[in-house]
Design a protein around this ligand. Structure first.
Ligand SMILES: Nc1ncnc2c1ncn2[C@@H]1O[C@H](COP(=O)(O)OP(=O)(O)OP(=O)(O)O)[C@@H](O)[C@H]1O
Ligand SMILES: [Mg+2]
Length: 509
C-alpha cells in the first residue's frame, strides 16, 4: 500500500489528475449502472407480480364457474385442452381455462390434497400443455400465503414466479408466470450500460488528457522561464535579469497565474538585489583602482628621492646606506603590489583589452629566457611544436602585454616556490581550435590546503617563507583574470611524477 502511494507521489500531476478523474467516472458509471439495473429488475418483477396476483385471482375464482368434470374438448377461450401426446384422462386446469391468461401462464389446481391434481401451462402457440410431476410438486411446495415466490420449473420453462392461494371451494390454486423475459431485458440493459460506460471512460481519458495538458501548459511556460533564469550567469558583473513570465500567465485569479506573478516578483526582487550588489562592488573596485593609482606617484617619488640621496657625492654613514636600500626595495615591492591591484581592479571592471594576434611561442621563448637569468639554479626547458615554414604558429588574439605577464607569473612561481635544481618545462601547442600552454615543474607541488582557493586573491603558501621573498598571493589571481578576459581556462594539477602543472587553454586565432 505504502509502495503504491509512493509510486503515485512520483507521477506527474497530469497523469494523476487524469487517472483520478477516469477512476471517478468509472466508479460513478458502474454505480449508476448497478443501481439502475437493480431498479429496472425490481420494477419489472413488480409488474410480473401484479399480473401474477391478477392471474391467480382469476384462477382461484374459476372453479365456481367451471365444471371440474369437463372433459376438455375445447373447453375455454384460452385454448383446446386436447393437445397431442396428452393422456386420455387429462383435463385442463380451471385456471388456464379462464379468459385473460397470457402465454406461459402455469396453473395447478389441487382440489383435494394430492389426488385429482390438474396442472398445465399455456405454450407460445396458446395450446395447453401438461406439466411433469416434478414441476407439479415444485409448484405445490409453494407456501399458500397469497404472495409471489420464485420457483425453478426446469426443462423448457425455467425460472418462474408462483403464487398459491385457496379457492372458495377449499382447493389449492397455484399460478405461475415466467421471469425469463425479465432476465433477458435486464441482461440487455446491463450490456448496453457496460458499452456506454466503457465509451464514457475512453472519452474521459481522451478529453481529460487534452484538457489537463491545455490547463497545465502555462505551468510549463512558467517553469521554462525559471529554468532560463537558472542558467543565467548571476555570480558576477552587471546582471540584467530581463527574463519574466509573460503577462498572460500572471493572472492572479488562477493558481498558475499566482505562481507566475510570484516568480515575476521574485525576479524583480533579485534584479534589484543584484543591481545593488553590482553598485557596491563597483564602488569598491573604483576605490581600489583610485587608491592604487594615487599611490603610484608618491611611490615613484619615494624611489626617486631614495636613489637621489644614495647617489649623492656625500659619504653617508653605513646605517643610512642600508636604510636607503631597504627603502628602495620596499618601495619597489609596494609598487609591484599596487600595479597588481590596479591591474586586477581594471580586469574586474571589464576594461577592454588590446586585441592583436599574439604568438604564444615567442612569448614562451622570451619568458624562459628571462627565467634563465633570474633563476640560474633551475633547469629551464622549452617544448614547442616543430613548425614548417608556412605553418601557423600557436597564435591567439589578445593583449600581448598581459599575456607576457601570465607567463612571467607562472614562471616566477615555478622559480620561487620550488627548490634549486628543479626542472621547469614550458610547452605551447595547438590543440584543435585552441592553443594550450603548460608550465610544469618537478618541485614539491602545491600544498593541499591551497588547492581550492589557488586562484583567489592573496592566497599564498607558508607565509613566513614567502613573506621574505616578497610574495603577495596575487600572481595566480592575475593569471586567472587575464586568461578569463581572453575567454580561456586555467587548471592546476600535478604531473605524473609529482610536481605542479598549470595548463591554460586559449581560443586560437
Ligand atoms: N609551481 C608551484 N609549486 C609549488 N607551489 C606553488 C607553485 N605555484 C604556486 N604555488 C603556491 O601557490 C601560492 C599562490 O601563488 P601566487 O602566484 O598566487 O602567489 P605568490 O606567488 O605567493 O605571490 P605573488 O605571485 O603575488 O608574488 C604560492 O604562494 C605557492 O604556495
Ligand atoms: Mg606568484
Amino acid at each position: 500500500m505504502g509502495r503504491i502511494a509512493a509510486r503515485l507521489q512520483r507521477w506527474t500531476l497530469r497523469r494523476r489528475l487524469v487517472v483520478v478523474v477516469v477512476a471517478l467516472v468509472a466508479v460513478v458509471a458502474a454505480g449508476m449502472g448497478a443501481v439502475s439495473a437493480l431498479a429496472l429488475r425490481s420494477s419489472l418483477m413488480d409488474q410480473v407480480d401484479s399480473r401474477l396476483v391478477a392471474a391467480n385471482e382469476r384462477a382461484a375464482t374459476a372453479p365456481a364457474r367451471f365444471n371440474p368434470d369437463f372433459a376438455g374438448d375445447g373447453s375455454g377461450q384460452t385454448g383446446s385442452g386436447n393437445g397431442s401426446g396428452q393422456a386420455d384422462d387429462w383435463r385442463p386446469s380451471p385456471g388456464n381455462s379462464q379468459p385473460g391468461q397470457s402465454t406461459g401462464t402455469v396453473n395447478v389446481y389441487a382440489p383435494d390434497g394430492a389426488t385429482d391434481v390438474r396442472a398445465d401451462y399455456i405454450d407460445d402457440s396458446g395450446t395447453l400443455r401438461e406439466l411433469t410431476d416434478s414441476q407439479v410438486s415444485a409448484l405445490l411446495a409453494v407456501p399458500t400465503d397469497g404472495r409471489p415466490h420464485p420457483v425453478d420449473l426446469g426443462g423448457d420453462l425455467g425460472a418462474y414466479r408462483a403464487i398459491s392461494s385457496t379457492t372458495t371451494t377449499g382447493a389449492t390454486a397455484v399460478t405461475a408466470l415466467p421471469t425469463s423475459s425479465i432476465t433477458e431485458t435486464v441482461t440487455r440493459f446491463v450490456v448496453v450500460e457496460v458499452v456506454i460506460g466503457v465509451l464514457a471512460v475512453l472519452a474521459t481519458v481522451v478529453v481529460g488528457l487534452m484538457l489537463v495538458r491545455r490547463e497545465l501548459r502555462p505551468l510549463d511556460r512558467v517553469a521554462a522561464t525559471a529554468t532560463r533564469v537558472s542558467r543565467l550567469p548571476l555570480d558576477r558583473g552587471e546582471v540584467v535579469l530581463a527574463e519574466r513570465v509573460a503577462e498572460r500567465d500572471t493572472d492572479p485569479s488562477t493558481e498558475v497565474g499566482q505562481v507566475g506573478a510570484a516568480l515575476n516578483e521574485l525576479l524583480g526582487h533579485v534584479q534589484e538585489a543584484l543591481t545593488a550588489r553590482h553598485e557596491s562592488e563597483s564602488q569598491v573596485r573604483h576605490f581600489v583602482a583610485d587608491a592604487s593609482h594615487e599611490l603610484r606617484t608618491p611611490l615613484a617619488s619615494i624611489r626617486g628621492y631614495a636613489e637621489l640621496v644614495r647617489r649623492s657625492p656625500e659619504v653617508l654613514p653605513d646605517g643610512a646606506v642600508t636604510a636607503l636600500s631597504r627603502i628602495e626595495s620596499e618601495a619597489s615591492r609596494m609598487t609591484a603590489l599596487v600595479e597588481d591591484m590596479l591591474l586586477l581592479a581594471r580586469l574586474d571592471a571589464g576594461r577592454p583589452l588590446e586585441s592583436e594576434p599574439v604568438d604564444l611561442a615567442v612569448l614562451a621563448i622570451d619568458a624562459v629566457g628571462d627565467a634563465h637569468v633570474a633563476g640560474a639554479d633551475h633547469t629551464w626547458r622549452l617544448d614547442l611544436p616543430e613548425l614548417d615554414e608556412d605553418d601557423e604558429g600557436p597564435l591567439v588574439v589578445g593583449d600581448e602585454h598581459r599575456l607576457r605577464q601570465v607567463f612571467a607569473n607562472l614562471l616566477a612561481n615555478a622559480r620561487v616556490h620550488t627548490p634549486a635544481g628543479t626542472t621547469v618545462t614550458v610547452g605551447v601547442r595547438n590543440v584543435g581550435e585552441s592553443v594550450q600552454v603548460s608550465v610544469a615543474d618537478d618541485g614539491p607541488g602545491i600544498p593541499d590546503e591551497l588547492r581550492d582557493r589557488l586562484f583567489q586573491r592573496f592566497t599564498r603558501g607558508d607565509s613566513s617563507r614567502t613573506r621574505g621573498t616578497g610574495s603577495t598571493g596575487l600572481g595566480l589571481a592575475i593569471v586567472a583574470a587575464v586568461v578569463g578576459a581572453h575567454r580561456g581556462t586555467i587548471t592546476a594539477g600535478s604531473g605524473p611524477a609529482g610536481g605542479t602543472v598549470f595548463t591554460l587553454t586559449l581560443p586560437a586565432a
